[in-house]
Write a protein that binds this ligand. Structure first.
Ligand code: ADP
Length: 451
């Protein structure tokens, strides 16, 4: 496309330049023809034929039929350049189009061609060597003043005056310009090609990254799904080799199948939730939600799990008016994932604290534990899908490796930020900041939902 545009623009420029050069030459020749015509008019002999009288009027021209001397002499002040044989030639013809006189070096034309060139004022004549000239033909008049003094001069048709101007310079210029345009277009195309190659590489980079992430995610998901399925099939296969009436083995098998089934179900529902979080949000689901209420509810719900794990669970610094616009089920999931992780990764005797505060127009939610902590190198990666610092421990405790990516996706959808600070071996603090209720936020969420 760039090539076509460049080429079109180049040809357009070329055409315009050539046209303006041509018009300038036409004007030059027309002016010369007019001046010559006016100078010759009173001097022309009565008869339009090669004669000594005519030779006297136009000493620089050769009469038809006579040998033509060279170099030419000047005929008048205005005709200096007209008789320049390199650029101009001059021809005089009688009313029938028969050549009477011509300047040395004017291209010889057949009588038929001469007659044809008389019709239109302008014509292009090609000389014997292929050199082109533009030729301008006008009627030549003789002014005849009657003998009685005071009478007006009469203009009589005398013949034709033809002025030719060599197009050698113009043709050379055209040739030069034509090649310059070809070279410029080819060079510009080359540069444009290289630039588009480079720019498309730049534009493709984020797409490639997203594509690789998607590929990695699919491979990880397949791997995660395969493990419980393989366990499940292994248990069933092993049970088929047992005696059919072994009730203990059957119960063990059913418990194992149930465990693996639950793991699969959790994994699939987490995958579905992530897929939903990646897609557009339904505007109808967005409503004012009290994070205070959500925190209290979840503290109550997880207190049993915390007690079982031998942990103290506390809610501190509660901001009573922590209300934000959002999707309630997603906000429940956000807080519960953080709380369950804190319980899961904190050894017996530890403490999990949930704080809910306010910072300007944001609600700040913090989940702090005195657990195993996260190594600095892992702190950026724990929000990646299926990333686990300790895969064995996570799987044993029923983790899918998707909990924190779900949390990050929910925070992102609610225009918030999440960060982690951890002292490896001593505990971690997850901090979530979410914008408080406001018309703009609601509007933003609606727009995000509609797109
Ligand atoms: P899962 O817990 O199912 O493995 P998550 O996405 O919830 O997956 O967590 C990713 C990883 O981050 C976990 O495997 C664990 O290594 C680390 N992690 C998350 N929360 C904590 C925490 N409170 N303390 C220490 N490590 C944590």
């Amino acid at each position: 496309m760039i090539g076509v545009i460049l080429y079109g623009a180049g040809l357009g420029m070329f055409g315009l330049l050539m046209r303006s050069n041509w018009s300038a030459l036409e004007r030059e020749v027309e002016t010369l023809a007019g001046t010559l015509h006016d100078s010759l008019k009173p001097l022309l002999p009565a008869e339009a034929r090669p004669s000594a009288q005519l030779a006297a009027v136009l000493p620089g021209l050769c009469l038809a039929g006579d040998p033509c001397p060279s170099p030419p002499s000047l005929i008048s002040r205005h005709a200096v350049s007209v008789t320049d044989p390199e650029r101009f030639y001059l021809r005089l013809l009688d009313p029938r189009g028969v050549l009477i006189a011509h300047s040395p070096g004017s291209p010889s034309q057949s009588p038929r061609a001469q007659a044809e060139h008389l019709g239109p004022a302008w014509s292009v004549v090609v000389g014997p060597g292929g050199e082109r000239s533009m030729q301008y033909s006008i009627h030549l008049h003789r002014s005849h003043t009657p003998v009685h003094s005071g009478a007006k001069a009469r203009e009589l048709d005398w013949g034709y005056l033809q002025i030719g101007r060599s197009l050698r310079g113009l043709d050379a210029e055209r040739q030069r310009l034509w090649w310059a345009i070809q070279t410029i277009v080819v060079l510009a195309l080359l540069v444009a090609g290289l630039a588009s190659w480079w720019l498309s590489g730049l534009a493709m980079r984020p797409l490639l990254v997203a594509y690789r992430q998607q590929e990695q995610f699919t491979a990880d998901a397949a791997h995660e799904l395969r493990a419980p399925l393989a366990n499940l099939l292994g248990v069933v296969e092993a049970h088929r080799r047992q005696p059919p009436d072994d009730a203990v083995a059957r119960d063990q098998m059913l418990a194992a199948v149930h465990r693996q089934g639950q793991r699969l179900s959790r994994l699939i529902s987490d995958l579905l939730l992530l897929a939903r979080l990646d897609g557009p949000q339904s505007a109808a689901a967005v409503q004012p939600c009290s994070l205070t209420q959500i925190a209290r509810d979840l503290l109550e719900e997880t207190s049993e799990a915390a007690a079982e794990a031998g942990l103290t669970l506390k809610l501190l610094d509660v901001e009573e008016e922590a209300e934000i616009m959002g999707v309630e089920s997603e906000l429940y999931r956000l807080v519960s994932n953080l709380l369950l992780n804190a319980i899961q990764y904190t050894p017996r005797g530890g403490e999990v604290v949930l704080r809910l505060g306010r910072e300007r127009s944001q609600v700040v939610l913090q989940v702090q534990d005195t657990g195993i902590g996260i190594a600095p190198s892992d702190q950026q990666r724990i929000f990646d899908r299926f990333y686990r610092s300790d895969p064995g421990r996570s799987r044993r405790q029923g983790g899918t490796g998707l909990g924190l990516s779900i949390v990050a996706a929910i925070v992102h959808r609610h225009r918030g930020q999440i960060s982690v600070a951890s002292n490896h071996g001593f505990g971690s603090v997850f901090t979530v900041k979410l914008p408080m209720v406001g018309g703009r936020i609601l509007e933003d969420l609606r727009v995000a939902g509609n797109t």
